[in-house]
Write a protein that binds this ligand. Structure first.
Ligand code: F6P
Length: 501
């Protein structure tokens, strides 16, 4: 029950699963055609049927000179054209050759984006802390709450700041509102003409970028066959590339590609992403677990659970099958997590002794990016202790102190998977991300849902727009179309908003 997938060792022996279950799950995978489904994605077929698109994120890390066909066209040359364009800018910023409007070197990069245009680069930037240049720091603004931009602009010198407006569609309301505010902040201090030297865009939408006022020469392109939550290896990774340099970024892409190759070639129980998916399907279907924790024993991976929330929940939080019928079984559980050992002093109590059984993915490394073997040893031994305590518990005979006996007993049999690697290098991080991407894909194939659309987020966007219009003439006009709760809350908002002015 241990798989070596690239540099990752995946040990699922502490799951509540046995040989018979594994055999049946592998039968299920072959009945659902997981191998041919993966091949269809690799062949660039339009497997995102509800949006009529191919799913090409693996093309983004295909080595130069190899092919990845989408609609019969090899997209790898176009991918590398953009990667080279990104590398040129990253090198020029790092060397000081690229300068701001007043001739000063760029020392701060502010990425403005949300969802996949934020979570991926923000997570990878933190994870590759050890590889970053000390001369340039990146900040990530995503929330339309004005406090986010204000907090992140604090202390920045506009003459040394580059803004990256990251939006696949370039229509996302939050991102555009923040980008306009950032532009105003810059123009107020350096003048309108400075904008062209201090703003670049990452998008698929050339026209909207132009309309925003960013020179399309400063636009880094990607394509509609890249899903937002799969976009960190695309132009969306520009902030990371500036921070760590093109060579480290290319190592990250190589790591992702290595996992793509492993997933395409490893058969049955040797396939890391497939087995991770099958264990999760077992836990959802048989143990009825509606939540799953991901706990990295790594400070640098502290944003990884948030990244996985979008990757997994936006992909597989679905309840309609490909033929339009409702799924008669549970699909994705809620994904959550925080780094260890902090979680041990917060939520781990419930995982050990609560009434719900929550399966855990533990992630750990033999070496730390910080140079202190002894504290890293403490970290890793804590990781092992948690998975052991969850699996084996403690029965009454093992108690030395018999006061409050029932409270000191641990039932055990709480499942976890251990994913370990020698260290969190760029290549290992790439493998880890691709491991979860492909396990999410296999889950979707087995559940017969489309992992690549996200219609569930649309209704909220539409309603926010229409409530915004309502607010314009509220409360002067009556709005009988509103439910009474929303109506009352809007009244409360207008009243308090005014009195705060
Ligand atoms: O939340 C919906 C969503 O479309 C995500 O899938 C996407 O990552 C995010 O919004 C941001 O979209 P964009 O990059 O187009 O601004």
């Amino acid at each position: 029950m241990t798989i070596q997938a690239g540099d990752l060792r995946i040990d699922y022996s502490k799951q509540m699963i046995d040989e018979i279950a594994i055999t049946r799950l592998l039968d299920l995978a072959s009945a659902r055609g997981t191998t041919s489904a993966f091949a269809r994605m690799t062949n660039g077929e339009r497997i995102n049927v509800t949006e009529g698109r191919a799913v090409g994120h693996m093309a983004l890390r295909t080595p130069r000179g190899e092919q990845f066909l989408i609609d019969g066209v090899d997209v790898v040359p176009a991918v590398w054209l953009v990667l080279d364009q990104m590398a040129n800018l990253a090198r020029a910023i790092r060397s000081g050759e690229f300068i701001g409007s007043t001739g000063r070197k760029i020392r701060s990069v502010v990425n403005i984006g949300i969802g996949g245009s934020d979570l991926g680069p923000a997570m990878v930037y933190e994870a590759l802390r050890g590889d970053r240049s000390l001369d340039i720091s990146c900040r990530f603004v995503s929330n339309v709450d004005p406090a986010d931009l204000e907090a992140n602009l604090a202390g920045l010198d506009p003459a040394e700041t580059l803004f990256i407006v990251a939006s696949k569609t370039f229509t996302t309301v939050e991102t555009l509102a923040n980008a306009r505010a950032a532009r105003q902040w810059l123009a107020n201090q350096l003048g309108e003409s400075a904008v062209k030297k201090h703003f670049v865009a990452l998008s698929t939408n050339t026209q909207a970028v132009r309309e925003f006022g960013i020179d399309t020469k400063n636009m880094f392109e990607f394509w509609d066959w890249v899903g937002g939550r799969y976009s960190v290896p695309s132009a969306i990774g520009l902030s990371v590339m500036i921070a760590v340099g093109p060579e480290v970024f290319f190592d990250f892409l190589s790591g992702m590609h290595a996992m793509d190759v492993h997933t395409a070639q490893a058969t049955g129980r040797m396939n890391g992403p497939l087995m991770l998916a099958l264990v999760n399907i077992w836990n959802a279907a048989v143990l009825k677990s509606s939540s799953r924790a991901v706990i990295p024993y790594s400070f640098d991976l502290r944003r990884f659970p948030a990244y996985l929330q979008q990757l997994i929940m936006e992909s597989n939080g679905k309840s309609v099958r490909s033929d339009g019928s409702r799924v008669p079984y549970a699909t994705s559980p809620v994904i959550w997590g925080e780094p260890g050992t902090n979680g041990q002093h917060a939520f781990m109590q419930l995982l050990h002794q609560g009434t719900d059984v929550v399966p855990v993915d533990f992630i750990g490394f033999a070496r730390s990016s910080a140079n202190d073997e002894s504290r890293n040893e403490l970290l890793f031994t804590n990781l092992l202790a948690q998975s052991r305590a969850l699996a084996f518990g403690r029965n009454i005979d093992e108690l030395l102190d018999h006061s409050a006996t029932p409270h000191r007993v641990f039932a055990g049999n709480r499942p976890s998977t251990m994913i370990v690697a020698p260290e969190l290098s760029a290549a290992v991080l790439g493998q880890l991300i691709a491991l979860y991407e492909h396990s999410t894909f296999f889950e979707g194939v087995i559940w017969d849902i489309n992992s690549f659309d996200q219609w569930g987020v649309e209704l909220g966007k539409e309603l926010a727009l229409s409530i915004g219009l309502t607010l314009a003439d509220f409360p002067t006009h009556n709005h009988p179309e509103l439910d009474s709760s929303t109506h009352t809350l809007l009244s409360w908002f207008t009243e308090h908003r005014q009195s705060n002015k």
